[in-house]
Design a protein around this ligand. Structure first.
Ligand code: TXA
Ligand code: MG
Length: 330
């Protein structure tokens, strides 16, 4: 075993935290069977304890160690998409700690498609079937990290080891599908879309009902994935209008838009985004971090086009806008 992985496994077994790359975003991992270790995740993130975590596994082989019912639809989706950016919500085994499930009767499970994550998870699972509980490795409500440096910026000494696997290829969090109550329900959009799921299952997932009081998916809170600088989503016409207003007011603004810089001015920092959804998702969080660091009055993001392929990034942008402009303590 490589020394880096050996050290990571030793830390996890000792009840410590390890941050690791996945294909979506970096995760902040702990031994999913150890409630005291899992509690350290919530402390490091500043996340409310009733928000459940995803358990990461190296393969679907030991699903039934975590899920007491594995419906055939789960098996089909696992075969089609794992390792990959899809989290399945299944009825949990009674021995899965409440700290992981937020006290719910279900557990989120996924096999990430990243060589370093798979190496870590295989080594940790070992003979006794361990799993790694991990949320995104950011402070609660903030922008998810897509590089090891982002994790260090977010968590610093709160995490003893960050495995560095470079930039995450997908760039936004996994699709979450609830299979625990009959008809599949899409709880969080991601790179695997409803149409992809429908192709495998022969039926489309239902859309999640509007948020109830229990935060089943914390990523579904209206404010999430957010920069500190106020972020505004604007149409392409709206962008030029907002820019002109900002310049008249003498305000520094940052822009994220798929077009080349339209206005050259000292007060305007322009970042061109990829014009297709996968590229846009890949760059999104790094771009928001970069623009957030400029100390502008506002970040203006040109609204991507409508359509299924853009759903996941539009979801993240809306939440980033809703949560933006707040300081750490809120
Ligand atoms: O791509 C991802 O999913 C990344 C990487 C690290 O795997 N993880 C991630 O974790 O985004 P987190 O905790 O930031 O978001 C996971 C979401 C949370 O909103 C949580 O509420 C939801 O999954 N979740 C976990 N267990 C659940 C359950 N039993 N029922 C419903 N939602 C659940
Ligand atoms: Mg998160």
């Amino acid at each position: 075993m490589r020394p880096e992985i050996e050290r990571a496994v030793a830390l996890l077994r000792a009840g410590e935290l390890v941050a690791f790359p996945t294909e979506t975003v970096y995760g902040l991992g702990a031994d999913a069977a150890n409630p005291a270790a899992v509690a350290k995740i919530f402390a490091a993130k500043g996340r409310p304890a009733d928000h459940p975590l995803i358990v990461h596994l190296p393969s679907a082989a030991r699903l039934s160690r975590w899920a007491r019912e594995v419906p055939s639809e789960a098996e089909k989706l696992a075969a089609a998409f794992w390792p990959g950016p899809l989290t399945l919500i299944l009825k949990r085994q009674p021995n899965v700690p409440d700290a992981v499930t937020g006290g719910q009767d279900t557990v989120g499970l996924r096999v990430p498609n990243h060589p370093l994550a798979l190496e870590l998870l295989a080594a940790f699972e070992g003979a006794n079937g361990g799993g790694v509980a991990a949320p995104s490795a950011n402070r609660f409500g903030r922008i998810s990290p897509t590089t090891a440096d982002h994790v260090r910026e977010e968590l610093g000494s709160r995490v003893p080891l960050v495995l560095d696997g470079g930039a995450c290829p997908v760039g936004i969090e996994s699709t979450i599908l609830d299979l625990s109550r009959g008809a599949p329900v899409l709880l969080r959009p991601g790179a695997i879309g409803a149409a992809d799921i429908a192709r495998v299952l022969g039926r489309a997932p239902e859309a999640a009902a509007p948020q109830s009081d229990t935060p089943r998916v914390s990523g579904s809170l209206d404010a999430h994935y957010a920069p500190r600088t106020p972020l505004q989503l604007v149409s392409s016409d709206g962008l030029l209008f907002a820019l002109r207003n900002a310049l008249v007011a003498g305000e520094r603004v940052a822009v994220l838009a798929p077009t080349a810089q339209a206005i050259t001015h000292d007060l305007v920092s322009w970042k061109q985004s990829p014009a297709e959804p996968a590229g846009f998702a890949h760059d999104l969080y790094a771009s928001l971090r970069e623009l957030d660091a400029l100390g502008c009055v506002r970040i203006l993001v040109q609204q991507p086009p409508a359509g299924e392929a853009w759903l996941a990034v539009i979801d993240r942008l809306r939440r980033a806008a809703a949560g933006s402009g707040e300081d750490d303590e809120t």
